[in-house]
Design a protein around this ligand. Structure first.
Ligand code: NAD
Length: 541
C-alpha cells in the first residue's frame, strides 16, 4: 500500500457556460435535448451493481408538458430492499478499507465526466425532468455537482490531516472510521447536485448508502448513478432504489444497522423520519446520525437607505428563479413605506416582462412547477390570499395546468405581518410583502425574526452599512445563510457553505468539513512504549 500523504489544493469552482446563441455548447445541449425528447428511457433499480426491472413502473414526465412521457422507472420491491441493505453492508468492508485517496479519485473522476463527456446529458435530463431552464440546470446539475465532488475531496484531506499530539513514550493516533452500518440518503427533487452530494459526502468518508431519489427527479438521478459507476464506484457502495418514500423508509429505518440519515427535503418528511428513528432507537447498533436540511421561509429586509432597483432585481430573481422552488427562495419581504411605491412599480414591470413556458425556449425566465400536487398547493395559497381582506394580489395570481404546471410569478401585499403566506413555506413563485412604517424599523426587524419557524436564508438591502450590520446582528438566528445587498439564493460550494437552523434543519453545512465530519466515527489509539510495572503511585510511598 502506498502510504504517502497527499496534498489536495482548494479547487477552483467549475466555470459556468453561457450558452449564447450560436455557441458550440448551446448546439451540443440542444442536440442532446432533442435526442432525449425523441425516445423513452426505462430506469431500473440498481442494487449491488445489478439492474432490477421490477415491472411495477411509474411514469417520468415533463412538468412543463405533462403529456410527453420521457420514460418510466421501476419501483423497488420489499425483496429488493432486503438485497439493498445486504449489499450496502457487504460493500462496507472493502470500501472503508480502501485508501481514502482511492475513494477521492472516484469522486474526482465523476467530476471530470460531468464537466466533459456527460455535461449535456445530465443537464438536458435535469431541464426536461425537473423543468429547469438552461442556466438553472447548468448552475445546479453541472457546476454545483462538480464543486461538491471536488471541494469535498479537498475538505476530507483537511479532516484526515488532524492528528492528536504524541509524546516521548506514547504514540497517539486518530483513525477516521466510517459509521458502522449503512447510510440512508433521501434526496429532494429540486437540485440534482444535492442528490449527488447526499450520497457522495458519506461515501467519500468510507460509508455505503441506500439512495431513495425523489420520484420527480429519477431521470437525472439515474444518470448520476451511471456516471458514478463509470467513474469506478464499486458495486454495492451506492444502492439506487426509486419508489414510494414511506414504504422504503419503513423497511430501511427498521434495520439495526442503520447508521445515519442524510436527508434534504421538507421539514414534514424529516420530522417523520426522526420520529421513526426515535421509536426504533433501542434496536440500532449505534445512534444514527441525523443530518437533514429542510424547508425555509426566506426573507428580504429592506432598509430605508436601500437602492430600489437593487432591491427589485434581488427580489424578483430571489423569489421567481426556478419558480421559487429553491429552499432559499425569497418568499417574504419587509419594505419601508418610503420605498414601496418605486420598488413595487419596478417589480411589477419586471414580472410583466417575464416569460414562462417550455425549457427548450430560451426566452423563458420561468418554467413549470414540479407536479400537480405542488401546483394545487400553490394555487390554494394564492386563492386564500385572494379571499382575504388582509391581502391583495398586486401581480400574477393565475395558474394553468392544461399543458404544464404553470403558476404566474405572484406578489401578494399584506397588511398583516403574520399573514399565512408570510409564515408558511409555499415552495412556488409567490412573494408576500409587508410594508412597514419607516419609523417602526426596529419593530419590523423584530417581527421578521419572530414570524416563521424556519431559519434558512435571509437578506438585508441597505446603503447604510452600519444599519446593515445592526440588522445582521439582530437577525443572527433567523438565517444560516445571510446576505447583505444580495438575493438570498445562489450559495456556491466553497464560498458560502449552506444550511440553516431552527426548523430548517441540522445546519451541517453541505459542501464543507462540518458535513463530512458527521460521516465518521473516530477511534483514538494510544500506544505506550514504557508500560507501568508498579500498581502504586508515588504519593503512596
Ligand atoms: P419532500 O420532503 O416531499 O421529499 C424529499 C424526499 O423524501 C423525497 O425523496 C421523498 O420521496 C422522500 N420521502 C417522502 N416521504 C418519505 C417517507 N415517509 N420516508 C422516506 N422518504 C420519504 O421534499 P421535496 O418536495 O422533494 O423537496 C422540497 C423541500 O425540500 C422543500 O421543503 C425545500 O425547502 C427543501 N429543500 C431544502 C434544502 C436545504 O438545503 N435546506 C435544499 C433543497 C430542498
Amino acid at each position: 500500500m502506498n502510504n504517502a500523504i497527499y496534498n489536495f489544493n482548494a479547487p477552483a469552482n467549475e466555470p459556468i457556460f453561457e450558452y449564447l446563441k450560436g455557441s458550440k455548447e448551446r448546439n451540443a445541449l440542444f442536440e442532446e435535448l432533442n435526442r432525449q425528447l425523441s425516445r423513452t428511457v426505462e430506469v431500473p433499480c440498481i442494487i449491488g451493481g445489478k439492474e432490477y426491472y421490477t415491472g411495477n413502473t411509474s411514469n417520468i414526465i415533463q412538468p412543463h408538458n405533462h403529456q410527453h412521457k420521457l420514460g418510466v422507472y421501476h419501483n423497488v420491491t420489499e425483496k429488493q430492499l432486503e438485497l439493498a441493505v445486504k449489499s450496502a453492508l457487504d460493500a462496507h468492508r472493502i470500501w472503508s478499507d480502501l485508501s481514502w485517496t482511492v475513494r477521492a479519485s472516484i469522486l474526482l473522476k465523476a467530476a471530470e465526466l460531468i464537466s466533459g463527456k456527460y455535461r449535456y446529458l445530465l443537464s438536458a435530463a435535469t431541464m426536461l425532468g425537473q423543468s429547469k431552464n438552461i442556466y438553472q440546470s447548468e448552475i445546479d446539475s453541472v457546476c454545483e455537482t462538480i464543486d461538491f465532488l471536488k471541494y469535498n475531496s479537498f475538505f476530507a484531506s483537511k479532516i484526515y490531516e488532524m492528528q492528536p499530539a504524541s509524546t516521548f513514550n506514547q504514540l497517539n493516533k486518530m483513525e477516521f472510521r466510517p459509521l458502522e452500518g449503512f447510510v440512508f440518503t433521501v434526496s429532494p427533487f429540486n437540485f440534482t447536485a444535492i442528490a449527488s452530494n447526499l450520497n457522495m459526502a458519506p461515501v467519500l468518508m468510507g460509508n455505503t448508502t441506500i439512495w431513495k431519489p425523489a420520484s420527480t427527479s429519477v431521470l437525472s438521478n439515474y444518470i448520476l448513478m451511471k456516471i458514478f459507476m463509470e467513474a469506478g464506484m464499486p458495486d454495492g457502495v451506492i444502492n439506487f432504489v426509486p419508489g414510494k418514500g414511506s414504504t422504503i423508509g419503513r423497511r430501511v429505518l427498521s434495520d439495526p444497522m442503520l447508521a445515519g440519515i442524510h436527508f434534504t427535503g421538507s421539514n414534514h418528511t424529516f420530522n417523520s423520519l426522526w420520529r421513526q428513528v426515535t421509536e426504533t432507537l433501542p434496536k440500532y447498533r449505534s445512534y444514527p446520525r441525523m443530518v437533514g436540511e429542510t424547508g425555509g421561509k426566506d426573507f428580504i429586509f429592506v432598509h430605508p437607505s436601500a437602492d430600489p432597483l437593487e432591491v427589485a432585481v434581488g427580489a424578483v430573481r430571489g423569489a421567481f428563479e426556478y419558480q421559487g422552488q429553491k429552499c432559499s427562495a425569497a418568499s417574504r419581504m419587509y419594505v419601508p413605506q418610503s420605498l414601496w411605491p418605486i420598488v413595487k412599480s419596478l417589480m411589477v414591470d419586471m414580472c410583466h416582462d417575464m416569460k414562462m413556458g417550455d425549457v427548450t425556449d430560451s426566452d423563458n425566465f420561468m418554467n413549470a412547477v414540479i407536479d400537480e400536487a405542488s401546483f394545487d398547493n400553490i394555487m390554494n395559497y394564492i386563492e386564500y390570499a385572494k379571499n382575504s381582506t388582509e391581502a391583495q394580489i398586486i401581480c400574477g395570481g393565475n395558474g394553468n395546468k392544461s399543458t404544464g404546471f404553470f403558476v404566474d410569478a405572484t406578489i401578494i401585499e399584506t397588511t398583516n405581518p403574520y399573514f399565512k403566506t408570510m409564515e408558511e413555506e409555499i415552495f412556488g413563485p409567490v412573494l408576500t410583502v409587508w410594508v412597514y412604517p419607516d419609523q417602526k424599523l426596529t419593530e419590523a426587524v423584530d417581527i421578521c425574526d419572530k414570524t416563521s419557524p424556519y431559519g434558512l436564508t435571509g437578506a438585508v438591502f441597505s446603503r447604510d452599512r452600519v444599519a446593515a450590520s445592526v440588522i445582521c446582528e439582530k437577525l443572527r438566528y433567523a438565517a444560516g445563510n445571510f446576505y447583505i445587498n444580495d438575493k438570498p439564493t445562489g450559495a456556491i460550494v466553497g464560498l458560502q457553505p449552506f444550511g440553516g437552523s431552527r426548523a430548517s434543519g441540522t445546519n451541517d453545512k453541505a459542501g464543507g468539513e462540518f458535513n463530512l465530519i458527521r460521516w465518521i466515527s473516530p477511534r483514538t489509539i494510544k500506544e505506550t512504549f514504557r508500560p507501568a510495572t508498579e500498581y502504586k503511585y508515588g504519593y503512596m510511598n
